[in-house]
Design a protein around this ligand. Structure first.
Ligand code: SF4
Length: 243
């Protein structure tokens, strides 16, 4: 049954319906979980789907969907068992080629500067022009953000602030067709998205503790990282007491 109940917030992450019975996967006879946006948000769904009437959006979505399917091998087999076959790096290159992009922007974190060089080499080998900008480009002092000495990592001297707005500005002005983010900090990545004019994908996110694999902490949230599910225990940015 479909209805329009705007006051019900989508809660797909809490859906307990078996995968083969979900309304979004089985349109005929499927059922939704609590707050199901397939069943209860018809106006929002119509508004969203109308955006595919824009030819650019339609083409982008079509190519993204083709890329998604191309990531699985032997799709002609019956019954089909998923066989993922492409790394994200390969998919980025393939998708950029599908879209006819020539000039790619690479916005990266200083902590991944070596990896950024490797990514740039790969992109160039695949025929792309690369424009790259590191987070500290521009050498903007942290004081420009209203920060004090105690807010720096290395205290007692100059410290450049990450400047994702400048990274975006550089890639915008260079006329990049498509941007890749590599390891930008939480929030800095948001600022980049807010200021970039070209579409942007994420090659890798930063996680200083897990070798840039944030899912490691999620997978361990039932064991060694249970504190993340303990109210008040996920925030540990307090300075230790000094003697
Ligand atoms: S759309 Fe509905 S059925 Fe699908 S995951 Fe969300 S709540 Fe569950």
């Amino acid at each position: 049954m479909t209805t329009d109940q705007k006051d019900i917030a989508a809660a797909c992450a809490d859906c307990k319906v078996a995968k083969d019975k979900r309304a979004c996967l089985v349109p005929e006879g499927g059922v939704g979980g609590k707050g199901c946006p397939t069943e209860h948000q018809q106006e929002a769904l119509s508004a969203a789907n109308a955006k595919y009437d824009d030819p650019d959006t339609l083409e982008f979505a079509k190519q993204a969907s083709l890329q998604e399917a191309a990531g699985y091998a032997n799709r002609h087999q019956r019954p089909y068992v998923v066989q993922p076959s492409k790394t994200r790096m390969q998919e980025v290159c393939e998708f950029a080629h599908r879209m006819g992009y020539r000039k790619l922007g690479l916005a990266f974190c200083m902590g991944l500067r070596k990896e950024a060089g490797m990514v740039s080499d790969i992109l160039k080998a695949q025929g792309f022009e690369v424009v790259s900008a590191m987070c500290k480009a521009g050498a903007m002092p942290k004081e420009r953000l209203g920060l004090g000495e105690e807010d720096k990592i290395f205290q007692g001297g100059f410290e450049a602030a990450c400047n994702p707005v400048y990274q975006a500005e550089l890639l915008n002005r260079a006329g990049c067709d498509f941007n890749l983010l590599l390891g930008l900090c939480v929030g800095h990545d948001s600022l980049f998205f807010m200021n970039a004019t070209a579409p942007t994908t994420v090659l890798a996110v930063k996680d200083r503790v897990t070798g840039h694999n944030p899912m490691a902490a999620i997978y361990l949230s039932h064991s060694y990282y249970t504190r993340m599910k303990t109210p008040g225990m996920c925030v540990t940015d307090q300075e230790p007491e000094q003697d």
